[in-house]
Design a protein around this ligand. Sequence first.
Ligand SMILES: [Zn+2]
Ligand SMILES: [Zn+2]
Length: 342
Amino acid sequence: MKAAMYYSLDNIIIENVPLPKIGAQEMLVGMRACGVCGSDLMEWYVKTRVPLVLGHEPSGVVAKVGSKVEGFDVGDRVFSHHHVGCLTCYYCRHGAYTLCEQFAKTHLQPGGFAEYFKVPASNLLIDTFKIPHGLSFEEATLIESIGCCVRALNKCTIQTSDSIVVVGAGPSGIIFSLLSRIFGAGQVIVTDFIDYRLQAAERLGADLTINPESESLIDGVKKATDGRGADVVIVTAPNVNAYLVGVELCRKGGTLCVFAPTQPEDFMRLSLNKLFFSEVKLVPSYSTSHVETRTALNLIQTKRIDAEKLITHRFSLNDAAKAFQTSARSKQCIKVVVTNEP
Ligand SMILES: [Zn+2]
Ligand SMILES: [Zn+2]
């Protein structure tokens, strides 16, 4: 079967790889759509594992089911999440599924950017579900990204009418902008250096957008919040500067959500004296569990989040390289999806 083998961002090659063999409790799915995620574009994050097939936001049609699989049949349209907790360890028992030892070890094989992928037993049991009628394969690819944002906002405990600042208006930034409203935010401010993205954020409901290249971000946020700063600041841009400005944008006692990881060797200078007296809370949030993917599906199904509006580009599996490069470099795109017609 065909798969997009990733060697580096500028070297993604369509190769022939063996069709995964499935065991009795596993399932083979024909990929129909798979989103390109911001984490797929972070070379430092993937380079230790190359060459590999990326893609952790796939949907597709069940092609084969193991003899002991219950609840799924050949032909079912499904979404499957690539990481799942064990549900029994210390972390899972505390609801911290994404910190479970098993979580990052579980994978769809070889990955979503392939003609077929195998769903291992653990992923099948806990975090694979049928795509409801009326929902497209492409819309279903947003379940994972929306799940990650739901998990982060749950941790930030937004109160009704809070003011939220979203730093970075890529796909996650725009999802946060939409979701914050659903979580009860009174005011949503989005900032980015790319006007195209800010315009998309405005169309999708942001109250105020600020491009720091044309006006002062700190002044703009202070002005919109009676001089206090925002109740919650969510950083979706994986760089130290975004975090440095994020802390400044928080009100006293506010929350800074660490949503995008920087490179491991990046450090941020933060005065603990200032942190202590301002009582700003740092809240990191990594990935999504089976709990939030359900919520995400519901949000998409009920059109409270119109997933279609987030997808701006589609490429066939043969053009996976173009999909990655567009997602990484185009200044006129939000979510890029790779599709595959059987
Ligand atoms: Zn993702
Ligand atoms: Zn566990």
